[in-house]
Ligand binder design. Sequence first.
Ligand code: PGA
Length: 254
Amino acid sequence: MTTRHRKLVAGNWKMNGLRDPSLALTGELIARATGVPPVCEVVICPPATLLANIARALDGSVIGLGGQDCHAATAGAHTGDISAEMLADAGCRYVIVGHSERRHNHGEKNALVAAKAAAALRAGLVPIICVGETLGERERGATLAVMGEQVVQSLPPPGGHCDIVVAYEPVWAIGSGRTPTAAEIAEVHRHIRACLASHLGRPQSDAVRLLYGGSVKADNARTILAVENVDGALVGGASLKVDEFWAIVGAAGS
Ligand code: PGA
């Protein structure tokens, strides 16, 4: 038996968005959510420069706010970094950690991702911990082994109630328009669930929501979100287009 969660659709804006068009996009999302409140939970993760402005805009709306990364420390001499406490202070409830673009562009390894996830929990944020295999790993049949290792090593140390989200994002599916089949997604999510259960024990592992990410669009969202153990989606490119993103939100609520 798998626990059924209220689905979560999170938009990862990446390094996109200047103030005025981003506030306009946020305003349109708020209007959609006010018209027909979404059945699923909706979160947007804009660039750090926009968080304070967007937090103000979202005040009173059901749409939540998240950061795209955080430093593991609370404060200090870390030029250019942002702590989880600062994100919470800016109005965030979530933070993405370990995105494959961070892992590849900044050499972030599992241990650092785990430290960032722990920092998020310390600050009262929900970490969205990203994992995903490369094309080479998939082609040599290593997906499940790599995912098991990445998930377990990227988790914060077990203990107590921890509200965490894991996002399975195959590296080759991100921004490519290619996605695994529903059966392939189901296989990986089942495996991740089993790894979580043996690492965290139950009921903690049941509380973890498992998102799929990588080329989620309006036209494949319904199929992907119907896969067993898929508790939502982490959406990149499509989260920058109101109609596209809201169609995905609608697919999660159906
Ligand atoms: P994509 O990105 O939806 O543009 O493929 C997903 C992500 O990187 O989180």
